[in-house]
Design a protein. Structure first.
Ligand SMILES: [Zn+2]
Length: 467
C-alpha cells in the first residue's frame, strides 16, 4: 500500500504540503522561536531513548526537561561522526525501534569512513517537502515542474533511498512522469540523450556535471534542453563555473546545501544569491578547532541539529565537515529574514591547503583559476584543478576547449595569469606549474574536486607549530 494513503502519514504530510513552503514568511519572530523551541524539545525527548545520546546525556546529568528551547542547546554535548559509526546500528536508534520500518542511508565516505543512519517514511517525506519551498524561491509550480535529478542513485545512498521510498509514491501529489533520475557517472552522451528526450524545466546535479552538459549545450547537442532553473549541490560552485553554465543555458543556476544526515535542504540560495538557512527545520552553529562555538559572523566548522523526524536523531552533530560563516539574522532583498551562510559553504574541512609560512586555507577559498577566467571573460577552459603536490609545490591543470582555442585571450596569457595569481597568493617559496591536460579524472562515483592537497595533515600541523 502507498503509505501516503495511511491517514496517520498522509494527513500530516498534506497539512505540511500546504504550510511548509511559505512558513519562513508567514511566521513572525516569536512564532518561529516557539516553533523551533517546541521542535527541539520533541527531538530531545526522542533522543533520550537513543543509546548514543542517552549515554552522553546521563554522563553530564542532563534530563529532557533541562532543555526548554534552542537557547539551551549549548548545554548539550556534541555528537561526532565517530560516535554514529561506532554505535550503528542499535546505538543510533531508540531502544525497541522497529528496524523493518526504517531505511538505512549512507554517506559517500569522501572524507573518511561512510556514516550510516536510519530514516523512516515520515522523516524522508518531510525532507522532500522542503523541496517544495524551491517553487516559491524560483517561481514555478511544484506540482507540474519537470525535474531531472542527476545524482548518485546507488543502493543505500540517500538519492536512491528517497527515490525508492518517496518519489515512487508521490505521484498522488504531482503529475506522473515529471521526475527523471539518473546517475551522474553514466556516460555523458546517455545523460544528454535522456535530457533531450525528457525536456526538463529544472535540472538538479553536481556543478561539474552541469558544466559538462553546458559544454555540449554550447556545441549544439542539447537543443531540447532548455530549463527554466538549474540547481547544484554536493559542493559549492565557483564563479567561473556559474558564469559558464548560465552563459550556455541562458538561465540562472543556484546552490543548494543538503546531506544524508540532514535528510533535506539545509540551505537554498535565493535569487539574490543569499544562502538562506531553513531554520524551521535545522539549527546550525559553527565552532573552532577546540570545539568552542564561535560568534556570529565568524568562520567555523558546522554543527547541525535536525529539528524534525525520527530514526537516527541528529543533534549537535559535527560530522558534516564543512566551513561556514553564520549570520543569525539577515534581511535579504528577496524579502526573507532568516539566518544565512554568509559565503555559502566554504569548503570541506578535510580538504585544506597549508602553505610553508603557516597560512591555512579551506580548499574552496584556494581556488583562483576561476578569478582569472572571469576577469578575461573567456569560456575556453572546460575544466580545471589545483593540486598541492608538496607543501611548496603547486600544479594547476587546465582542459582547453579545442574548438575555441584560438578565439579571445590566448592560452599562453591564461596560463601566465594563473601562474601569477598563485605566485602572489603563495609567496616565493612555492613552485607553481600550470599545464594543459586532456582530461581531469573523477574519483569513482564522485565529481572531481577543484582543489586537492596531497600534503598530509600531520605535516601541516608541524608547520603550524613551528610558525
Ligand atoms: Zn534572499
Amino acid at each position: 500500500m502507498n503509505p501516503f494513503l495511511n491517514p496517520l502519514i498522509g494527513l500530516p504530510f498534506l497539512k505540511n504540503y500546504f504550510s511548509v513552503p511559505n512558513r519562513l514568511t508567514r511566521f513572525n519572530k516569536k512564532k518561529m522561536q516557539d516553533f523551533r523551541d517546541k521542535s527541539l524539545r520533541k527531538i530531545i525527548r526522542y533522543a533520550y531513548n537513543v543509546p548514543v545520546y542517552q549515554k552522553k546525556y546521563h554522563a553530564l546529568g542532563i534530563k529532557p526537561d533541562d532543555i526548554k528551547g534552542i537557547n539551551d542547546i549549548v548545554k548539550l554535548p556534541l555528537i561526532t561522526k565517530k560516535d554514529i559509526i561506532e554505535n550503528f546500528p542499535d546505538g543510533v536508534i531508540p531502544v525497541g525501534y522497529d528496524k523493518s520500518k526504517g531505511y538505512v542511508a549512507s554517506t559517500s565516505g569522501s572524507s573518511g569512513k561512510p556514516v550510516s543512519i536510519y530514516l523512516d517514511f515520515p522523516t524522508l517525506s518531510t525532507g522532500v517537502l522542503l523541496f517544495t519551498r524551491n517553487g516559491l524561491f524560483y517561481n514555478y509550480n511544484i506540482r507540474k515542474v519537470k525535474i531531472a535529478s542527476i545524482g548518485t542513485f546507488l543502493e543505500g545512498r540517500i538519492d536512491r533511498v528517497v527515490d525508492d521510498v518517496i518519489m515512487s509514491k508521490i505521484n498522488l501529489f504531482r503529475k506522473s512522469n515529471s521526475v527523471l533520475s539518473m546517475n551522474a557517472f553514466e556516460p555523458i552522451k546517455d545523460i544528454i540523450k535522456n535530457l533531450n528526450d525528457f525536456q526538463p524545466d529544472m535540472i538538479y546535479t553536481y556543478p561539474i556535471i552541469l558544466q559538462h552538459i553546458a559544454y555540449f549545450k554550447k556545441k549544439g547537442y542539447c537543443d531540447k534542453i532548455n530549463p527554466k532553473v538549474l540547481q547544484v549541490g554536493g559542493y559549492s560552485m565557483d564563479k567561473y563555473t556559474r558564469d559558464y553554465i548560465e552563459d550556455a543555458f541562458e538561465c540562472k543556476v543556484f546552490n543548494v546545501y543538503q546531506s544524508v544526515e540532514s535528510c533535506g535542504d539545509v540551505s537554498i540560495e535565493c535569487n539574490h544569491h543569499t544562502w538562506h538557512i531553513n531554520y524551521d527545520f535545522y539549527n546550525v552553529e559553527a565552532m573552532d578547532e577546540n570545539n568552542k562555538i564561535v560568534g556570529p559572523g565568524e568562520k567555523g566548522h558546522m554543527v547541525i541539529t535536525r529539528l524534525f523526524g525520527q530514526g537516527t536523531p541528529i543533534i549537535r552533530y559535527t560530522g558534516m565537515d564543512d566551513w561556514v560563516t553564520i549570520i543569525p539574522e539577515y534581511e535579504c532583498e528577496c524579502g526573507l529574514i532568516t539566518p544565512i551562510f554568509k559565503n555559502g559553504i566554504e569548503g570541506r574541512i578535510s580538504a585544506r591547503v597549508i602553505l610553508p609560512d603557516g597560512r591555512v586555507y579551506p580548499a574552496a577559498s584556494f581556488e583562483l583559476v576561476s578569478l582569472v577566467l572571469t576577469e578575461l571573460k573567456t569560456f575556453k577552459v572546460t575544466q580545471f584543478q589545483t593540486i598541492q603536490k608538496k607543501i611548496d609545490e603547486l600544479e594547476i591543470n587546465l582542459v582547453i576547449d579545442d574548438e575555441i582555442r584560438d578565439l579571445g585571450p590566448s592560452v599562453d596569457l591564461i596560463f601566465d595569469k594563473v601562474r601569477k595569481i598563485y605566485k602572489e597568493k603563495c609567496g616565493p617559496k612555492v613552485k607553481v606549474t600550470v599545464k594543459e591536460v586532456k582530461e581531469i579524472k573523477s574519483p569513482k562515483n564522485k565529481p572531481a574536486p577543484l582543489v586537492i592537497s596531497k600534503v598530509k595533515l600531520e605535516e601541516g600541523y608541524k608547520i603550524l607549530e613551528s610558525n
